[in-house]
Design a protein around this ligand. Structure first.
Ligand SMILES: [Fe+2]
Length: 266
């Protein structure tokens, strides 16, 4: 995308992600690395300009009104079928939301920001990856979720090392993004810790403060997280942007049906 176009969507004065030689870029990278090391989460507040937020809200609302997937699932913290009878694999999480898959967002504001090469480039440097790219899966690449009163997202881990979200609208009440940092790690399942969390007995649960336009980068593989149920209007709107290291990363048909209610793009 041309510079002037993306400048209308992203506050590139505050977040000069395409100026990799600049002082501002280096300072942002240092701030991001510090935030990830200290908190496992990095907020870029005001990343999406207010008028771009309004346009994205309108696009998402229109798309939901013309047909979104009603995601309703009881699930365990892994979003897997496993249930070995222990608390850590019990299907105690409840997720309900209206979900838009990537094909329903193609060409819109969120899609253009998602495919801005400077964003993937910055994230690659932040996580010391050789390269990151948008996911090739037409459904899983970019999503938007609408949480109405009573909707929420149960405790879970993500499959990818890190996750990127863009909040478009906060709920009137409820809808908080809670996380428990580093609950598991490579070679450490920490099932006892998972059981404590699910029992509501973990003192290290924290809240990520998100405002409309905030881009959040989050270590979602290690850190369990959830969205508490929305309790008052307006609805909560958020987008999830998936970046991957390898080319041609796609979901299985089963996972597409699990998250989007269908296996094929429209
Ligand atoms: Fe997640």
């Amino acid at each position: 995308m041309d510079g002037p176009d993306i400048n209308r969507l992203v506050d590139t004065a505050r977040y000069p992600l395409d100026d990799t030689e600049g002082e501002g870029w280096r300072a942002l990278l240092a701030r991001g690395r510090h935030a990830m090391a200290e908190a496992g989460s990095f907020n870029l507040d005001g990343f999406l300009r207010p008028d771009a937020v309004d346009r994205a809200v309108s696009e998402v609302e229109t798309a939901v009104s013309t047909g979104a997937h009603r995601h309703e699932a009881r699930h365990n913290i892994y979003f897997s079928d496993e249930d070995d009878g222990t608390p850590a694999t019990a299907h105690t999480g409840l997720t309900t939301s209206w979900t838009l898959a990537g094909d329903r967002l193609a060409g819109g504001v969120l899609d253009r920001v998602y495919r801005w090469p400077a964003l993937a480039g910055f994230l690659a440097r932040l996580f010391d990856k050789p390269a990151l790219r948008p996911m090739a899966d037409p459904l899983a690449c970019l999503n938007a979720m609408r949480y109405e009163a009573g909707d929420g997202l149960g405790w879970h881990f993500d499959r990818a090392d890190f996750s990127v979200t863009l909040l478009l609208r906060a709920a009137g009440a409820g809808g908080a993004f809670e996380y428990r940092r580093n609950l598991r790690g490579p070679g450490d399942d920490n099932r006892a810790g998972i059981a404590r969390l699910l029992a509501g007995d973990d003192p290290d649960v924290a809240v990520v403060p998100l405002a409309p336009g905030t881009l959040n980068v989050f270590a979602g593989y290690r850190s369990a997280h959830r969205v508490t149920p929305v309790t008052a209007a307006p609805t909560r709107l958020i987008s999830v942007l998936s970046f991957v290291e390898r080319e041609n990363v796609v979901f299985s048909d089963a996972d597409r049906r699990r998250f989007y209610g269908r296996a094929m793009p429209v």
